[in-house]
Ligand binder design. Structure first.
Ligand code: ADP
Ligand code: MG
Length: 675
């Protein structure tokens, strides 16, 4: 008898050997709750570790494994910072291994003269001899050759530990386990070759043959399952959404708002506003997506919509994905609406109980017509008197179901989603088939394109001088690091902030990342915004719509780790005023020519859509795991940009399926149930 794989995937991680309560907690903090969450941690890359090279066969700069007997071991330096050198020899030659900050190795009893070890690293010539820096090592008798995945660090675990844990997870996965969607895949001609779900997980985490092709197919299989669930939910939702709606055609308030704006609408804004006006007045429910590059001016268009509703005595609410963004919208909208005698309410998770009660009371009786907030808006005690319009900013950050939740707090509520994710039009149909599309291209006038330059990490000194000039002119600087914690490949937010503070003592450098409390995040941003903090070191959390107009420079560390679309969105944080903005992409040393060529596109193009498409072409399918570009919170594996073709294929061939609750719960754990 075959059993469904899903109950197993949804079991807590504590079922895995080696995961105790402390580690479980750490994993949970990263959103890794069940066994399936672990299995979706795809390897960074794969290592072909089948062969052992003799030392005379080593090639400079080419990663290899070799093996030898320890002939000497010595240390230089003091304390924990000691540098340990170990020399190995085989019949054909010798090599010296260098380990920095590795005092503990001196006392490691396994590493004594005469023991045979195997090492994997990049050999280089140094004073006529071979050496390797920080190779991966194992006792020769413990080494078993193979083709294996290499993981990034996770929740404080090294990549090696992750691999060990993954091996335990695989033991829990019966080969016989079945996904309800296995049969659906098999029935589609073009996907018939795909391995079933259980086998796909094995293929990815414990490949049977030394070949990337089956691994890529297995990844595609996982992604297909996610696409199917998504499209299924979307269709279901759309079928229910078509209905009559309030006619919104008031003119007075929108006109007054238009007149009060400091600049005329751009052509793109006018076009979008026309589409939307027509929808709102049609008597049918609007479900439209407003897509426009970062900084294109979507907020004003949103404000006009809200004025339409309010002008007619109805209510409008805007949902934002983060508290920081909700605060910012509330401030912007208040500035626009207060002079017209309208109040804008703000509701987030940090509202105190009393204030919250007061606000919901005003909403319930209709006294408050305009509201901005986070997920807090969706809770049951938020009841509107006569909601007519729901806006969802950065709508791609919400699940299919979530983006409809607000509309269910009224009758025939119009929906406007907003996004800066550059999705080609042909794709938008597949993804947002439940929505019409308005595209805003171009920028408000007077905006200068952000001057962009690549810089090798070894040339930080030049960068420091440039930063000092910006600071001297009163400008502010964003510094983006790829991750919160340090790992083998880079340093943490806090470490980078400390380093920069040392360089620029007067700058009051602050750190900002996703694990900070909402209040702390806001404090850091406020300090950056009011200028008391001059350099903000952050992970990509600032990507989401933050508007600090006096930020002049953004430095992006390890730029090669990002998709171009994402780099473009990050770059959009600067150059938000008349002053020239700058973006420095710091690249690792030894990048390939293709990698450099890809990044160089950033120097020339300033169009998000164009960059996304070019990136797709350049990277092609050769990328085993791939960089996620759009940082889609709603998706677990899919990337809207690089997986575009696959999503579209499924959209066009979507079979009549039903997707059970367990499967939905696995693939869309954050999509709240609204049915
Ligand atoms: P996004 O589309 O990324 O949400 P915003 O709505 O935050 O962009 O707008 C970015 C900036 O452009 C804001 O500072 C806003 O005041 C300004 N802006 C918007 N529309 C215009 C316009 N028509 N002319 C000049 N500046 C504008
Ligand atoms: Mg915005």
């Amino acid at each position: 008898m075959k059993t469904s794989i899903y109950p197993l995937l949804l079991q807590p991680v504590s079922h895995v050997t080696g995961i105790g309560p402390a580690l479980e907690k750490k994993l949970q903090a990263r959103g890794i709750v069940c066994i399936g969450d672990l299995l979706l941690q795809l390897p960074k890359t794969y290592i072909d570790d089948r062969y052992i090279s003799d030392m005379d066969a080593l090639q400079e700069g080419v990663e290899a494994r070799t093996r030898g007997v320890i002939v000497s071991k010595s240390a230089r330096g003091y304390g924990r910072r000691k540098q340990v050198s170990i020399t190995l020899a085989d019949r054909n030659g010798s090599i010296t291994l260098q380990f920095f900050h590795s005092a503990y190795m001196m006392n490691d009893a396994r590493l004594t003269e005469g023991r045979a070890i195997t090492v994997r690293g990049v050999p280089e010539r140094w004073k006529g001899r071979w050496q390797m820096l920080h190779p991966d090592w194992q006792l020769a008798e413990q080494f078993c050759p193979g083709f294996r995945p290499k993981y990034g660090s996770l929740a404080g675990l090294s990549g090696k530990r992750v691999a060990t844990i993954m091996a335990h997870v695989l033991k829990l996965l019966p080969v016989q386990a079945e996904s309800p969607l296995d049969a659906v895949m098999a029935a589609q001609k073009m996907f018939a070759e795909f391995p079933v779900l259980a086998r796909s997980f094995r293929q990815i985490h414990a490949p049977e043959v030394a070949d990337l092709a089956p691994v890529q197919q297995a990844i595609a299989r996982l992604k297909s399952e996610e696409v199917l669930v998504y499209l299924y939910l979307m269709r279901q939702k759309r079928m229910r959404a078509d209905c009559a709606a309030v006619v919104l055609d008031s003119r007075d308030l929108p006109d007054r708002l238009l007149e009060s704006l400091p600049f005329p609408l751009t052509e793109a804004q006018q076009g979008a506003w026309q589409d939307i006006s027509a929808d709102l007045a049609s008597g049918h429910r609007m479900h439209r997506l407003l897509q426009g590059d970062v900084g294109a001016g979507k907020t004003w268009v949103a404000a006009l919509c809200m004025a339409r509703a309010a002008g007619q005595g109805m209510q409008a609410a805007m949902l934002a994905p983060t508290e920081v963004l909700a605060n910012q919208h509330a401030a912007t909208l208040s500035e626009l609406f207060e002079p017209l005698g309208m109040e804008v309410g703000l509701l987030t998770g940090s509202c105190k109980a009393a204030a919250r009660r007061k606000l919901t009371a005003k909403l319930g009786c209709g006294e408050l017509q305009l509201l901005v907030g986070t997920h807090a808006l969706l809770s049951d005690d938020v009841v509107f008197d006569r909601l007519a319009l729901a806006l969802v900013d950065e709508q791609h950050r919400f699940g299919v179901k979530q983006r409809w939740v607000l509309t269910e707090k009224g009758e025939g509520v119009h929906l406007l989603g907003m996004t800066a994710t550059p999705i080609p039009r042909s794709m938008a149909m597949a993804l947002y088939g439940d929505m019409d599309l308005s595209l805003m291209r171009g920028m408000p006038p007077g905006r200068k394109p952000v001057e962009t330059k690549l810089l090798a990490a070894s040339r930080m000194k030049v960068l420091a001088e440039g930063m000092q000039r910006i600071l001297d002119q009163g400008g502010r600087i964003y510094w983006i690091v790829p991750r919160i914690d340090e790992d083998e490949d880079g340093i943490s937010v806090d470490q980078r902030a400390e380093l920069l503070q040392g360089y620029f003592p007067a700058a009051d450098v602050r750190g900002l990342h996703g694990r900070m409390k909402a209040g702390e995040k806001q404090k850091a941003l406020d300090a950056f915004s009011d200028g008391s903090c001059r350099i903000l070191v952050s992970t990509t959390v600032v990507e989401v719509g933050v508007n600090v107009t006096s930020a002049r420079l953004i430095v992006i560390e390890q730029a090669e780790q990002y998709g171009l679309a994402q780099l473009h969105q990050l770059r959009g944080r600067v150059g938000r005023s008349e002053e020239q903005g700058y973006c420095i992409l710091v690249t690792g040393d030894g990048l390939s020519e293709t990698a450099m060529q890809r990044l160089r596109l950033m120097e020339h193009s300033h169009d998000g859509l164009e960059l996304a498409e070019a990136d797709l072409k350049l990277r092609g399918a050769g990328d085993a795991v791939g960089t996620r570009q759009s940082g889609e919170a709603g998706f677990r594996l899919l990337d809207l940009v690089s997986d575009a073709a696959m999503i579209r294929q499924w959209y066009e061939h979507l079979p009549a399926i039903s997707v059970d609750d367990m499967v939905q719960r696995f693939w869309r754990p954050h999509a709240e149930s609204v049915d």
